[in-house]
Design a binder for this molecule. Structure first.
Ligand code: ADP
Ligand code: MG
Length: 339
């Protein structure tokens, strides 16, 4: 008898889930990214017990056609890329076709969805990778996904989770970054009925920053921009009097995708020169636009780490435009600032 066997689909999905679905916040991230990719203008995120009881994401986007609903839960099935070349010019947040099957392999997932042209919508219930029910639904255009009993069949993962407070903070953090990177979408987040975030979605970045960091802090931030042949940078940065004790308040958004990048975060801090006290960091929301050919997002399943060509050049540009913007602020006499 051969020793090597092909894994069942459910088992393969559970293994993939180990990378994609680390904690409730990862589920929120994947579901909201799908809603963004579906061209939604409104996304509501309803959480119970920091996501352990329920994670629900409701959008008014394109929806999924009845014939496609089951495919959406099959691994490596995606509507976002078709060819090898597409991989080098990714404009959507998703493309790996892994999130829904991974999530559905470790939870109860209820999907209700409808496209604009369909006469009726579809309801689907998948649990632990098994489809339990499919029927038509009266839902209007858009998608509502509910994830319950997360990690019910992976006790080790459940045990590894931190306190509800920590898990909720991680959810808030990722939703804030998604809201900052998509200020044209009205996004709301609530946990156990308490509203934690509500953005207007009118494309005004400063207003989105106000919703997240408070009006007072937003007022201490100034717009800045810069560009060279390869990169265009826009955003808001705090003046040196508004600082934080961690680098966590720096949001790097690359072609609309929130990314983590040590060198670029440091380049931002470097732009402040000696204006920041040791151990203090700025608040910054930095949008970087570049040709998708210059960035490889296919580095890690969560797509938060990316590889950027000409990263050194980008880092230098960032430092320079922040340095110039802060210097410019110092040229304005205090008496004129509030005029
Ligand atoms: P990916 O986002 O990488 O394509 P997912 O597993 O997250 O993979 O989703 C699979 C497919 O299901 C998507 O390609 C998309 O066609 C569809 N889909 C998922 N969520 C939504 C949504 N909220 N609105 C419309 N379509 C969706
Ligand atoms: Mg996705």
């Amino acid at each position: 008898m051969p020793k090597i066997r092909e894994l069942s689909e459910v088992l393969a999905d559970q293994i993939a889930a180990g990378e994609v679905v680390e904690r409730p916040a990862s589920v929120v991230k994947e579901l909201v990214e799908n809603a963004i990719d579906a061209a939604s203008t409104q996304i509501d995120i309803v959480i119970e017990e920091a996501g352990l009881k329920k994670i629900q994401v409701i959008d008014n986007g394109e929806g999924i056609a009845a014939d496609d609903v089951e495919l959406a839960f099959k691994r490596h099935s995606t509507s976002k890329i078709t060819s090898r070349e597409d991989l080098f010019k990714i404009k959507t947040l998703g493309f790996r076709g892994e999130a829904l099957p991974s999530i559905a392999s470790v939870a109860d997932v209820y999907l209700e969805t409808s496209t604009a042209s369909a006469i009726s919508g579809t309801f689907l219930h998948v649990k632990g990778g098994e489809q339990l029910e499919k029927k038509t639904s009266a839902r209007p255009r858009g998608t509502e996904i509910t994830v319950a009993n997360l990690f019910y069949n992976t006790p080790a993962r459940l045990k590894y989770l931190k306190s509800l407070q920590t898990e909720l903070a991680a959810i808030s953090d990722i939703v804030n970054r998604l809201a900052l990177s998509h200020n044209d979408i009205s996004i709301s987040l609530s946990n156990n009925g308490h509203v934690l975030l509500q953005t207007v979605g009118n494309s005004d970045l400063q207003q989105t920053i106000s919703a997240i960091y408070g009006v007072k802090n937003a007022r201490q931030m100034v717009p800045f921009n810069g560009k060279d042949l390869d990169f265009k940078i826009t955003g808001y940065i705090s003046l040196p009097k508004l600082t934080r004790a961690t680098k966590n308040y720096i949001s790097l958004l690359l072609n609309g995708r929130y990314i983590k990048n040590f060198q670029l975060s440091n380049a931002i801090i470097k732009g402040y020169g000696s204006k920041l006290m040791v151990g203090r960091y700025p608040v910054a929301v930095v949008n970087i636009t570049l040709d998708p050919l210059l960035v490889d997002v296919n580095v890690h399943p969560t797509k938060q780490q990316v590889r950027i060509s000409k990263e050194d050049q980008l880092a230098q540009l960032l430092t320079k435009c922040i340095y110039d913007r802060i210097a410019q602020e110092n040229l304005i006499p205090d008496a004129l600032k509030n005029l």
